[in-house]
Design a protein around this ligand. Sequence first.
Ligand code: FAD
Length: 515
Amino acid sequence: FHSIPDKINLCSNQSSVSPSVIPYKSSSNISSLETLKLDGCFSFDNIDYAAKDFGDMYHFLPSAVLHPKSVSDISNTIKHIFKMGSTSQLTVAARGHSHSLQGQAQAHQGIVINMESLQGPEMQVHTGELPYVDASGSELWINILHETLKYGLAPKSWTDYLHLTVGGTLSNAGISGQAFKHGPQINNIYQLEVVTGKGEVVTCSEKQNADLFYGVLGGLGQFGIITRARISLEPAPKTVKWIRALYDEFSKFSKDQEHLISKNSFDYIEGLVIINRTGLLNNWRSSFKPKDPLQASQFISEGKTLYCLEIAKYFNPNESDAMNQETESLLSDLSYIPSTLFLSEVSYVEFLDRVHQSEIKLQAKGLWEIPHPWLNLLIPKNKIFEFAQEVFGNILTDSSNGPILIYPVNKSKWDNRTSLITPEEDTFYLVAFLSSAMPSSTGRDGLFHILAQNQRILGFCSSTSLGAKQYLPHYSTQEEWQAHFGPKWEVFVLRKSTYDPMAILAPGHRIFRRK
Ligand code: FAD
């Protein structure tokens, strides 16, 4: 094993190389990084954390972690590796907040870029007719929310959880209950600054380097590292009316969801599948109030498969009466079980940051950093009933391993020029099985059982040709990736050869082999 030369940029507290971390071949490549002049530094020791993510199922140890202080640190590192050509097998993975599920932000024996150490210019909010914020690709959405709120503004489209980076969600899509109205986060971006797989720093938008712009949005990090994004904003409301109601028939539930997304009157529309849960409505009472407390107290959820509509209406305190009237009228069109209507009023921040509250509780119980065998699917509207019958009526017998989300979105609001792959139909559902696995369990809450269940769901989708697509996709072979991209595969490959011809970037997806 080679030792690291003195001159290389090492983080001050990390000065030696562990032979178990760097095998001979990549060590020699790594030592060539000594010529780089960086504002930040590399670390080679104590880098096990870069082989871990939220999924906690894949662990690929890198050879080094770059802590960039500037965009040129990222650009110089990639340029250097690119120039080494095929004499090096080094790959580079941008690591945002590492909330990937299957090692997508990891680089086996490569370099992980710890994006959160990037010190870009401060966030800049621009007010005016088309307000926007310029933010670093490493910024967390929660920080963007707090900063833009100082100007009475906020992004239009969110994820359910805001402790994720801009670069991490824009590489996928960024989908939540606002997506039926505004499209996913990738459709609400005016401009990006990107470091390509050749190390070039490129500004791109709809008008400038459009091919790279649309390629990077939803592009799974394959074409460039996002260092800056211009995100469109809207006036932010102060308060949110947050509503839940239950259905015991899937057809009524989905009909109402589809009706609501077509009316465009609410600001957020999601849903949950609840199978055989005890004391469900009692659990809601800490955050929601029943419209009819007596009836609600008599409702029994055990043994049933229920569908929970979750909707929200944004408003400011002076619009409260009008908002209540409109909401009442919209609710009167729906077919939920009347005794299960629950309402709540919370601040806009409380509403958007809701999952973080669950995170805090789970962290305290030691139940956050455990394996997460999640499965996210996009199912065409015309097949959702068939899917629901088989999956919620047959494959799953309870929903105790974690939430199951289900809600429709309108493709007309989504820009199909991005790299994101969706079903062909105009309306499709996001169905997210957000399971947690008990680390040492061999039972129904164990990793093996949940992964087998996921495989049964995927198997059902493919054997019945449902036209489903994975969101946050994960495959093992290039053939599967090709099938995932379908007619868009050729463009994807062409873009890879244009912007990252040596296949240096984002190796964790295992789509392309390093050249
Ligand atoms: P990482 O895991 O660090 O990286 C993800 C991928 O993006 C990797 O391939 C990485 O190399 C690449 N990448 C990271 N930074 C950059 C960059 N700057 N430029 C280019 N590529 C980059 N998704 C939704 O759409 N909607 C949700 O509601 C939602 N909720 C979630 C809730 C939780 C609790 C969790 C754990 C995840 C959720 N996700 C959701 C999924 C999440 O959007 C993705 O996993 C996202 O990639 C995580 O962002 P991150 O910053 O942790 O990225």
